[in-house]
Unconditional design. Structure first.
Length: 86
């Protein structure tokens, strides 16, 4: 089953940019399609392989943070080709 996952990382400390950039680099290095914008990052792929990857990536990210939150929105279907209306 294909899914689209929107991820927003919110480190709860002053030097948040380095943590966010490190997490995005980890996502980019994966086998999955990744699209970034100013507010979140989207990742697309097969649910059964994407979720174990995200579990590992989030665990790695959280191990380097004193405190933080990750928000996930999961859509059943690959929406990577979505084009908004003009």
């Amino acid at each position: 089953m294909q899914v689209s996952i929107e991820i927003t990382l919110a480190p709860l400390h002053d030097d948040y940019e380095a943590s966010i950039k490190s997490f995005i680099r980890l996502l980019r290095a994966s086998e999955f399609q990744v699209i970034e914008n100013a507010l979140s990052t989207q990742i697309f792929g097969e649910f059964s392989s994407l979720m174990p990857f995200l579990e590992s990536a989030i665990s790695e990210c959280f191990s380097s943070l004193e405190a933080g939150m990750i928000h996930l929105k999961i859509v059943k279907s690959n929406r990577s080709n979505y084009v908004p209306f003009d």
